[in-house]
Design a protein around this ligand. Sequence first.
Ligand SMILES: Cc1cc2nc3c(=O)[nH]c(=O)nc-3n(C[C@H](O)[C@H](O)[C@H](O)COP(=O)(O)OP(=O)(O)OC[C@H]3O[C@@H](n4cnc5c(N)ncnc54)[C@H](O)[C@@H]3O)c2cc1C
Length: 465
Amino acid sequence: MTEQIKTKVLIIGAGTGGYVAGIRCGQLGLEAVLVDAGDGLGGTCLNVGCIPSKAIIHAANKFETVAKAADGGTLGITANKPAIDLAQTVAWKNGIVKKLNQGVSGLLKRAKVKVIKGWATFSDAKTCTVSTDEGEITISAEHVILATGSEPVELPFLPFGGDVISSTEALSLDKVPNKLVVVGGGYIGLELGIAFRKLGAEVTVVEMAERILPLYDKDLTAPVTKWLEKHGVKLLLGAKAGAFEKGKLNVTTHDGEAIKLDADKVLVTVGRRPRTQGWGLENMGVAMAGPFVKIDNRCATSMKNVWAIGDLTGEPMLAHKGSAQGEVVAEIIAGHDAVFDPVTIAAVCFTEPEIVSAGLGPSDVEGRDDVITASFPLMAIGRALAIEAGDDGGFVRVIANKDDHRILGIQAVGQHVSELSNSFAQMLEMGAVLEDVAGVIHVHPTLGEAFHEATLRALGHAIHI
Ligand SMILES: Cc1cc2nc3c(=O)[nH]c(=O)nc-3n(C[C@H](O)[C@H](O)[C@H](O)COP(=O)(O)OP(=O)(O)OC[C@H]3O[C@@H](n4cnc5c(N)ncnc54)[C@H](O)[C@@H]3O)c2cc1C
């Protein structure tokens, strides 16, 4: 017989959106059931996204440092040529993922959230059936939070399988491919492509647009392009990938020439799409906004007491956005007056060098003469030089209103600048003016001094330039 459960809140998906919603529900005393089909809690981010990719990037950086030391020496350090056993690296990465899976499980337990492993299928807006290893469970709820996340987009002429891989398989390879072709020059493809280049693979990036990372402005992406060129990553821009046959990827170049690229692996990273199929969304009567579930600023869908958060609800598809939405929805269900209305959701590309963007960028203020834009180069920052982060063209840039000096946007490119992202977001969220940042005594020597100096420069009195 099918087991029946009734609950106050039912959450589908234990990614960074769903599990945070669950914990917050528990903290607020709401009875909650969380359903996820995955082997480990934490969804894409913990299992096959943010965390494993940053672990592999970290390992690649370590390998590159030793390789440089072996290749003539660096900073007076010499070493023997390093070797990589990627299977061991992946095992180390899996250990981190497991630790986090267990951590999330413990947090949910402490919050008294009932976790059910299985695939949920909705028959109506408030009822689903979950197929578990032990049989079917029917769950009905007063409130439903949809957090089913996203999945990699597959190209019809380049389906995943064999040597055509998505980011998921790229994070669990047992050896470094000799020749890797990355199709798609967005942040996921470049983060992984750069890591594999550092690990010794020959890497080619095939991108349909005329530039990499098309969502970021050219000044921000130029240092990344420079790194790719300097490190022998072949960039085929304005190029279209075709089928992969007998170890060769068909590509039509910018000039219309048909070429074939040798590849051991073809990593397809042409975007992610919301996971809207295969779980009865069509039976729930919720309105859509293009491919995404439509929500308002409370994360409410068009169906009463059905809420949606995370990648399912649109761009930016970032872990921290889903978590913030999850907290808001739990609070609304608990009767609090909450809305999801951030000033900014900062985004970071963990490329080489890293890119941070928060708030308005140059294209958002193009043609406006009521704004000030000022940049400060990392090469004028002592800390950047001391940690070899000063010579790759990195900078911090601020955009502010001319009249009241309210900061509208902050961007940076450079090694380790991801660590500045929260201070950018805090300033924007708190409505800071240039003088607020300029008036803070920034610790020396740190990269944050470049942010300080950029605001001073916008005010016309930078010190170190
Ligand atoms: C390689 C890579 C690197 C990334 N790096 C970053 C980064 O550095 N920073 C960042 O902010 N973001 C990053 N992201 C994006 C980030 O992973 C996502 O934005 C985030 O995971 C979305 O969270 P979510 O809760 O919406 O959904 P997901 O994490 O996708 O979780 C959804 C969960 O729902 C489950 N599910 C779906 N449908 C059902 C069903 N019917 N029944 C049961 N379970 C179901 C799935 O199994 C999954 O576990 C990266 C993504 C990738 C792929």
